[in-house]
Design a protein around this ligand. Structure first.
Ligand code: URA
Length: 233
């Protein structure tokens, strides 16, 4: 890859800024001043320095957010605060978007990335990535309600796929879905004449918000990204 593309992929500089920096002698490849914008770089073995700083090659980024109540899962919204407002410029400059949606008043784990292919694979209805939600219902679910929910209920012209539901015998429960229809958990509980009072996503695939305060975020670790990349449609 050309060194100007390397720098613009990493959002360190635009191609034009990279060219300027090269002309000024501010770009080094393995310690040597680069003279041409089309100088080839191998991110796996070369070290690139831009204005005195070493640049790690990174085109795609993957972030886990513990979404608080009150933020919409969108990249922009005229009236509401979006989840992107919880992330710093160093993340947002990569153009990340939420991989799947949580309602404004749903809390919990959200993956954000600029890797459209991966997001598409993880969200594909054929992929069946597990999503686990903790809920609080208005009334306890009966054994018959649980049987109906696990077998599949009509949520307005669509019958949900089999899933698992457990409760503490009272109003607290956990539901594991392999699909992600709009407002699915709320509509499922409505289908058994109940109502969701609180909803939190506690797992997406193998990822959990453990260790992340509500509103906090972190980069995915290399091994987590590799594991997600193994998901094929
Ligand atoms: N199901 C819902 O009803 N809401 C969410 O935010 C996620 C799943």
């Amino acid at each position: 890859m050309r060194i100007d593309k390397f720098l613009s992929d990493c959002k360190v500089a635009t191609r034009r800024e990279a060219e300027k920096a090269i002309r000024r002698g501010n770009v080094l490849l393995d310690g040597n001043i680069v003279r041409r914008a089309d100088t080839p770089v191998d991110p796996a073995c070369n070290t690139v320095t831009y204005c005195g700083e070493t640049v790690e090659y990174r085109k795609y980024i993957y972030v886990l957010l513990n979404k608080p109540d009150g933020y919409v899962s969108a990249t922009e919204d005229k009236n509401e605060r979006t989840v992107l407002e919880l992330l710093p410029e160093e993340v947002n400059k990569f153009g990340v978007f939420p991989c799947g949606r949580l309602d404004k008043n749903t809390q919990g784990l959200m993956l954000l990335t600029n890797d459209g292919d991966l997001a598409h694979r993880l969200l594909s209805p054929r992929r069946h990535v597990e999503k686990v939600y903790r809920f609080e219902s208005a009334r306890p679910l009966s054994a018959a309600d649980i049987d109906r929910l696990t077998a599949g209920v009509d949520i307005g012209g669509y019958v949900t796929a089999p899933c698992t539901v457990t409760t503490d015998g009272g109003t607290a429960g956990v539901i594991t879905l392999c699909e992600g229809k709009y407002h699915q958990v709320k509509l499922m509980l409505n289908a058994v004449d109940n109502r969701v009072l609180y909803l939190e996503r506690v797992r997406f695939a193998f990822l959990t918000p453990d260790g992340l305060d509500v509103g906090a975020w972190r980069y995915l670790r290399k091994e987590e990204i590799e594991k997600l990349q193994e998901y094929k449609v």
